[in-house]
Design a protein around this ligand. Structure first.
Ligand code: EPZ
Length: 420
């Protein structure tokens, strides 16, 4: 297995081009199941998660072609299976979202339950309730959800008891071909939801209100093919912005949507970095100023994203003062704390809160990546630390960051990938 080896202490200077959003791309890939025409996606990141989704879709009978560095054509002319097996679903939870599109297309789906994961239990009860509201019959058998809708799916009014990105997307993917109107109340508002709605609308769907808590969908009888470009990855952008602020230096991030990180920018500035925005880029500078402690509280969009909590914490480990970081979305997303502590950070976890007392310096150490975003936080810590850091279990990293070590090396980081 590979590990990332970092010699710390080098500032970051250069430019990083941000790719397409992983968390949008994998849902956009599922859209192909809703039409027998080709779906052409551009600005597609090449990641382990997009490969896992490709494997699952190929298993279902979708033909997939990659072209250039960032293009993918998916064609589900006919489906050869309506079963998503455990071996393929367990690799990536988001693949559970093929259930609704399979139901809409074939009236039947058998999809493995995804199970828990390192950051929390992550049940799918809201997804299943939504499917039932559309008239599907649901049975659970031997770890599989067996869903049928022989008489077709019917639009429904669904009020989510709390915000779920995945359940909102899943309900949208299912409702576009259901008969009549669907209304989703308390829907997630993330940019990835808007991206999905834009793609579906370009295929002839009638989705309105995406990006607001009430989404309305008028079902149509069929969808056409599409040529669509994936939205830039706000989490990749936020990760590099935080890395630059943590390590110090001057980094330009291009191909970003500034508005998608409205909750992050003021906090980076309060922490001591200077930001200069252009239409689709941002320059992050921290040369000489010390980092200052800032509190943060993760929330659904437009709040501070849970997917940047670990990276923000790394920055706070080196700030003057004490920062309180509260994780509201997942119950177990502080596993990077003991790893950061091994590098000399002073962090006290009390339930949903981490109390981070800034230290003068971090020291390189062997550490273990515990999930995708935590891996990035450890790389940032390694670049800011004195000495050598080894980050193990980097397969997490490869799920969601394309060419991370190349992008950082181009900015002067001393970082390599080695086989263990
Ligand atoms: C998406 O996960 C993202 N994943 C996550 O990114 C992200 O952290 C999360 O949204 C929140 O922004 C993808 O888009 C592939 P949720 P998702 O449903 O959709 C609970 C990353 O690192 N819940 O909004 O699974 C759930 O357990 C990943 O890229 C239920 O209880 O998140 C969680 O506590 C990690 N029942 C909360 O809701 C359900 O049926 C929010 O989860 C569904 C969710």
């Amino acid at each position: 297995m590979d590990k990332i080896v970092i010699q710390g202490g080098t500032r970051l200077n250069g430019e990083i081009v941000i790719g397409g959003a992983k968390n949008s791309a994998i849902k956009l890939m599922a859209v192909c199941l809703l039409t027998d025409k080709p779906v052409f996606l551009k600005n597609m990141p090449r990641l382990r998660d997009t490969r896992s989704m490709s494997e699952l879709l190929s298993h279902l009978g979708v033909s997939i072609n990659l072209s250039g560095s960032d293009k993918m054509t998916l064609h589900a002319e006919s489906l050869s299976s309506s079963t998503a097996p455990y071996e393929l679903v367990r690799k990536m939870r988001a693949s559970f979202n093929v259930l609704g599109p399979l139901l809409a297309r074939s009236g039947f789906a058998k999809v493995s339950l995804p199970g828990g994961c390192a950051i929390g239990a992550r049940p799918v009860d809201l997804h299943l309730k939504a499917m039932e509201s559309f008239g599907a019959k649901i049975k659970l058998e031997e770890g599989y959800v067996i869903a049928s809708a022989k008489a077709g799916l019917k639009g429904a009014e669904i009020t989510f008891p709390f915000i779920s990105v995945g359940a909102t997307e899943h309900a949208m993917l299912t409702a576009v071909l259901a008969e009549g109107e669907t209304v989703l109340n308390n829907a997630a508002c993330e940019p990835e939801i808007v991206d999905l709605a834009n793609c579906l609308n370009a295929m002839g769907a009638k989705v309105s209100g995406a990006g607001r808590p009430r989404i309305s969908i008028i079902g149509v009888s069929s969808l056409k093919g599409v040529d669509y470009s994936v939205v830039p990855d706000r989490i990749e952008a936020g990760t590099y912005a935080l890395a630059a602020a943590t390590v110090g230096g001057t980094v330009k991030l291009s191909n970003i949507c500034k508005d998608h990180l409205g909750a992050l920018w003021p906090l980076i500035e309060q922490a001591g970095a200077k930001l200069t925005f252009d239409r689709t880029s941002v320059l992050i500078e921290r040369n000489g100023t010390n980092l200052r402690a800032v509190d943060v509280d993760t929330q659904a969009y437009p709040g501070f994203p849970t997917d940047l909590q670990a990276q923000f914490m790394t920055m706070m480990c080196l700030a003057e003062g004490t920062s309180i970081i509260r994780e509201n979305i997942f119950e177990n997303r502080f596993m990077h704390c003991p790893e950061l502590s091994r590098m000399g950070a002073d962090i006290d976890v009390r339930g949903r809160e981490a109390i981070v007392r800034g230290v003068k310096e971090l020291k390189g150490a062997p550490v273990m990546a515990t999930d995708l975003r935590a891996s990035a936080s450890l790389i940032s810590a390694g670049m800011a630390a004195e000495g050598e850091t080894h980050v193990g279990r980097v397969y997490h990293l490869d799920r969601g960051f394309e060419n991370i070590e190349i992008k950082l090396r181009n900015c002067g980081a001393n970082i390599t990938r080695e086989s263990e």
